[in-house]
Design a binder for this molecule. Structure first.
Ligand SMILES: [Zn+2]
Ligand SMILES: [Zn+2]
Length: 360
């Protein structure tokens, strides 16, 4: 049953899952009126993230049904509130995972609001007015302008959408480890999916030597020839892993299936860092010896702040970095989610919410 909150008067068509079967069906619901800090966005495209699957199926036991997923949203501004100075009607914008934060804790004040302990997400969150947030599998969104970024003019809106979650998730660890402004490092990317393929593009655009580490031999051609990776390592082949010991300065681990970090840590030089951005639902095996013997660091990272997301978008515009996508229609959402479970996509599904592609 859809919520009712005072001032939620705008009727929106969207697509929602209503129970843990995860089946998505058309769903009509209400959004708030455009407040003084808000912008209203006509949604053009929405990317499909693995997090969407976890929410529609209630894998994490936190789903508030009906859930309208989607946090890789691009569209056009159709209304601006009286306090909004930085956007105007007609602007091309994007919304990622963040819908609200406290705005006053040390992390919010330091532009690290993605780590605010009162963070509320774009869907399945609770907004300031007490309403449950509904995401981008819908025709229109009302968003506080402080959580909206601008999409550079020449970027394609469909291929830009996945940058709002997948892109920022892999950008921030590169920035935190000084890999955006310093060239010539040897970096490894574990997993070549929605996150990994963007990470390879960033790594090459920022001037690094990039190694892709994967369990599937079929990814080698793709990694080297289509994405420009320098080296491909098949992680199931102990000989290849042995040959690459102590060769990397930094590793980004994008794998969301359960795995052991031991053999990957051996690939790092002394003092190297491995950052986890995939989210396996079971604990990761983390043997102590490769950490101790190589003085290595293992840490995590979750998306990025709005300031970092804007910075990433601007860099993507400058370097012409976009996600590789398969466009699907709103009738194909269930099929898309089923294929995403099997990783059967290159590399991100993007839903054509406004039906633009069919008119091209
Ligand atoms: Zn996501
Ligand atoms: Zn805060």
């Amino acid at each position: 049953m859809a919520q009712t909150t005072p001032n939620h008067t705008q009727t929106v068509s969207g697509w929602a899952a209503h129970d843990s079967s995860g089946k998505i069906t058309p769903f009509s619901f209400k959004r708030r009126e455009n407040g003084e800090n808000d912008v209203t966005i006509e949604i053009l495209y929405c990317g499909m993230c693995h997090t969407d699957i976890h929410h529609v199926k209630d894998d994490w036991g936190i789903t508030m049904y009906p859930v309208v997923p989607g946090h890789e949203i691009t569209g056009i501004i159709t209304k601006v509130g009286s306090n909004v100075g930085k956007f105007k009607i007609g602007d091309r914008v994007g919304v990622g995972c963040l819908a609200a934060t406290c705005l006053k804790c040390e992390y919010c004040e330091d532009s690290q609001e993605n780590y605010c302990d009162q963070v509320q997400f774009t869907y399945n969150g609770i907004f300031w007015d007490g309403s449950i947030t509904y995401g981008g599998y819908s025709k229109m969104l009302v968003a506080d302008h402080r959580y909206v970024v601008r999409i550079p003019d020449k970027m394609a809106m469909d291929r830009a959408a996945p940058l709002l979650c997948a892109g920022i998730t892999v950008y921030t660890p590169l920035k935190d480890n000084n890999l955006v402004d310093t060239k010539g490092k040897r970096i490894g990317i574990i997993g070549l999916g929605g996150l990994g393929h963007v990470a390879v593009k960033f790594g090459k655009a920022f001037g690094h030597h990039v190694t892709v580490i994967s369990t599937s031999p079929s990814k080698e051609q793709e990694a080297k020839h289509n994405l420009g990776a320098d080296v491909f390592v098949l992680s199931t082949d102990p000989k290849q892993m042995q040959e690459r010991k102590r060769t990397l300065d930094f590793i980004l681990d994008t794998v969301s299936a359960k795995h052991s970090l031991g053999s990957y840590l051996e690939l790092l030089k002394v003092n190297g860092t491995l950052v986890i951005v995939g989210a396996p639902d079971k604990p990761i095996d983390l043997p102590a010896f490769p950490m101790i013997f190589g003085k290595r660091t293992v840490k995590g990272s979750m998306i990025g702040s709005i300031q970092e997301t804007q910075e990433m978008m601007d860099l993507c515009g400058k370097h012409n970095i976009l996600s590789d996508i398969e466009i699907i229609s709103t009738d194909q959402i269930n099929e898309g989610l089923d294929r995403l479970v099997k990783n059967d996509v290159k590399y991100r599904f993007v839903i054509d919410i406004a039906g633009q592609s069919s008119h091209l």
